[in-house]
Design a binder for this molecule. Structure first.
Ligand SMILES: [Mn+2]
Length: 366
């Protein structure tokens, strides 16, 4: 009896290999069809064709499997083939990580983001409020080795009566402060009509969460060669975020940095929920650098250090955070910005004080 079973099992093993060989052969043909469909812009899924194949199979079925079982087995095969075709399509996107594209490294006035070695820090006030405020903050962050200075001149605010930013005057103040302290200047652009001013005064164009799918804006700044910091929309899927980056690359701007800034969830104790898996996935699926905005994701000063550690541990290429000389009187984000003493403590607690480009292996012990 035992010998008989063993011999039958040997037959099954052989058949398994034959089926596998046939399945692979089938998959290769499906890939070839998928490629042609992509070239002609037609859909991979053709329900009429699928129904015809299933009809032909059930007509030929003499058992012992029921028609329903045969259908369900082949539907699995069809689905797997379609997934293969979709994977193929994904590789053709300019944002996709693939063999022939290395990691994108964006260089901003000598600071390189995306090297995989030294996470950068982007720090500065939420909004540029006055010449003095922006200057003392620039001086502070520069004195601690920061090279990338942020500051908003055009502020997207939920409430139309709250501070909207100083506009072009703010851009000029930000530029002057950055120049005075040898910093690069990161500022948010909200309107494509402001692009000439940003070309003149900013080093990095930040696209805010609320504008992530402003396609007119994306197309306009995609024509620029200025580095773009693309924040993830507050309710955007990872796919939508990456597609927004695709717009920029498609228009010809290769200098794109993704920025995870937390997403809207049901949790009220944090302003947003930092999606750390999005950081890992963006690194895995795209070749673009990814930074994490720890100020807006948590919306809490007491979470800046742990969120920074989590972001760096999972592979972020840098951190963005807000610092203000006197957060209590800040015109925006009073609750989230840190003062200068807290900034010093933050640098120490995160390991950023060591050389401001800590080797994450050294700091986090892996
Ligand atoms: Mn802010």
């Amino acid at each position: 009896m035992e010998t008989k079973i063993r011999s039958l099992r040997d037959d099954i093993d052989k058949l398994n290999l034959e089926i596998l060989e046939k399945l692979s052969e089938r998959a290769k043909i499906a890939e070839a069809i998928g490629e042609l469909q992509t070239q002609t812009g037609s859909s991979h899924y053709d329900p009429v064709r699928e129904a015809e194949m299933l009809d032909a199979l059930t007509a030929a079925n003499d058992g012992p499997f029921s028609d329903a079982t045969v259908k369900s087995l082949f539907k699995q095969i069809f689905q797997a083939s379609m997934q293969l075709e979709q994977e193929q399509d994904k590789k053709t996107y300019l944002t996709s990580r693939s063999k022939d594209r290395g990691d994108t490294i964006v260089e901003i006035r000598g600071t390189r983001i995306g090297t995989g070695e030294s996470p950068v820090l982007i720090a500065g006030p939420c909004a540029i409020e006055s010449k003095e405020q922006v200057d003392v903050t620039a001086a502070k962050v520069a004195s601690r080795g920061v090279t990338l200075f942020r500051g908003g001149a055009f502020k997207p605010r939920t409430d139309p009566y709250s501070f909207q930013g100083l506009g072009e005057e703010g851009l000029k103040l930000g530029r002057a402060a950055a120049d005075a302290h040898g910093l690069a200047f990161v500022a948010e652009i909200m309107d494509a009509r402001d692009l000439p001013a940003f070309e003149q005064y900013a080093d990095v164009l930040q696209v805010g969460a609320r504008n992530m799918q402003n396609f007119t804006l994306l197309k306009a700044i995609g024509q620029s060669r200025k580095p773009v910091l693309l924040k993830r929309g507050l309710s955007a899927t990872i796919q939508e975020w990456v597609m927004a980056a695709e717009y920029l690359l498609y228009e010809g701007n290769p200098n794109v940095i993704l920025c995870e800034r937390g997403i809207r969830t049901y949790e009220p104790t944090t302003r947003n929920t930092l999606d750390v898996s999005a950081v890992a996935l963006a690194k895995q699926e795209t070749h673009l650098p990814v930074v994490v905005d720890v100020t807006h994701s948590g919306g809490r000063r007491d979470l800046l250090v742990p969120l920074t550690k989590a972001a760096l541990a999972i592979g972020a290429d840098g951190i963005m955070m807000e610092v203000h000389p006197n957060p209590a009187v800040a015109l925006s984000d009073q609750k989230q910005q840190v003062d200068f003493d807290s900034f010093d403590a933050y640098l120490e607690a995160t390991g950023y004080d060591k050389k401001l480009t800590p080797d994450r292996h050294e700091v986090y012990g892996f």
